[in-house]
Design a protein around this ligand. Sequence first.
Ligand SMILES: [Fe+2]
Length: 324
Amino acid sequence: MKVRLQQRENRVGDPSVAQGFGRVATSSPPVFDPGSELDKAYAFFVDHGYVVLGNCLDAGEISHLNEFYDRTQRERPDTWGLSERRKPHHRDQGLIFSQPLLDYPELDIYTRHPASFPLVAELLGGRDRVRFSEFNFRETPKDAGVGAMNFHHDAVVADRFERAPYMPCDWLCAIHYLTDTAPGTPAFCVVPGSNHYATLQEAFEGLGDAYQEVPIYGAAGTCILYDTALFHTRCDGDGHKRRRTWHQYYARGGWLPSSLPASDRYVRPPTPVLTNWNLFPERLALHPDPEVRMFFSHWNTAQCEWVASGFSDAVRDSMPRGNQ
Ligand SMILES: [Fe+2]
């Protein structure tokens, strides 16, 4: 029998904007050391679809990235949606700088960050199988109010319910907190194990007593890795405190045999492109090091056209987020 439960009202009292079933975890998830607990962190991810890593950025990196926010918000407010022209694709969800890698080589060192990358590589089937998808910066500004994001999953591949084994996953997202996150600030929130369900309702019914909504708090430098098939949201804080996060998506590259019985044998192709708009700059897409080129090899059709144009500014300017 299908049981349909009332979803709870969100904090602004609008029942049409649901933020889950309200079964919020009372304890915090474990935090793993990325250097010494890689195997444990991998096992936790396989069981739950996400994992939290502590102290992935040092004080200098946290300071650099926050200074980057301050500098670019001052010098290029349009890129953050801080001008009159609010970004239609990100209305009510705070600020976002969608493509900071395009013009800022100072960020290249973060694209395979040494703290989290070894686990990213394990989760995607090996260092040579990791591909870059997207890199952006987001901010919930001070006194932003509440945006009430719904639980959702990001991009998914249809075979995820049938393939064996499930791992490696198709896409991974790494969220690094760049400011301290605690009760009262917006927080990333996951439903552990929900990556094996098509809807949140099915996850609620299928997971039974194990169903939980887990807000993740942590100091600046905390990194959360999650399977993009996992249901997640941003829990609103008190509407006043600021939060900054760096989001990077990785995909799985190469062709992968399945271990299904011979009669059902199939191979998994490289993960499709994540978006139709994300661009990789020439210095990375055509990097002299073949390993870096392979990392940046998942081009969408917009990228193909930009490459064919010789990375023309006019072509880039014609694209919806070419300068955001
Ligand atoms: Fe998402």
